[in-house]
Design a protein. Structure first.
Length: 134
C-alpha cells in the first residue's frame, strides 16, 4: 500500500531501526538539523525494542522528560537494557545517574565504573564528567 506524504519518514522506519536511530540522533543532538526532542523521541520510541542504541536514548529521554512526558521508572528499564547491550552512551547516562543518585540509589563506585566504560568507548561527555569529579 502506498504511503501518503504526510506520513513521512517516521511512518516508514519501523522495519529499519538503523534509519530511525540515525534520524533520532540527528534530531536529539542537532546533527544536520535543528534540535527537536519530540521528533527524536518519536523515532527512538518506534524502534526501542529493535535497537539497543535506540533503547538507551529512549530510556534517557524518558527519565528526564526530554521530548516526552517523564516516566523515570520505565526509562531506567530501557536504559539498563541498553547498558546490558553494551551501548557506550547508555553506560554514560546510567553511570551519571548512579554517581549522582538521580532516580537510583547513589553509588559513586558503580557510577564511575560505567562512566569509565563509556569514556573508554569514545563518549566524550563521560570523559569530561570523570575529569570534573576526579
Amino acid at each position: 500500500s502506498a504511503r501518503s506524504p504526510s506520513q513521512g519518514l517516521l511512518g516508514s522506519t519501523g522495519n529499519c531501526p538503523d534509519v530511525a536511530l540515525a534520524a533520532g540522533i540527528s534530531y536529539r543532538f542537532g546533527r544536520g538539523c535543528d534540535v527537536n526532542p519530540q521528533k527524536a523521541f518519536a523515532y527512538f520510541e518506534k524502534v526501542k525494542n529493535k535497537s539497543n542504541e535506540a533503547a538507551g536514548c529512549y530510556g534517557a529521554m524518558l527519565i528526564t522528560g526530554e521530548g516526552c512526558n517523564a516516566d523515570a521508572k520505565t526509562g531506567i528499564v530501557y536504559l539498563k537494557n541498553a547498558v546490558v547491550g553494551n551501548v557506550p552512551y547508555a553506560c554514560y547516562e546510567y553511570g551519571k545517574l548512579l554517581f549522582n543518585g538521580d532516580f537510583l540509589e547513589k553509588n559513586e563506585t558503580d557510577g564511575k565504573k560505567f562512566l569509565r566504560i563509556a569514556s573508554e568507548n569514545g563518549v566524550q561527555e563521560a570523559t569530561d564528567f570523570l575529569n570534573n569529579i576526579l
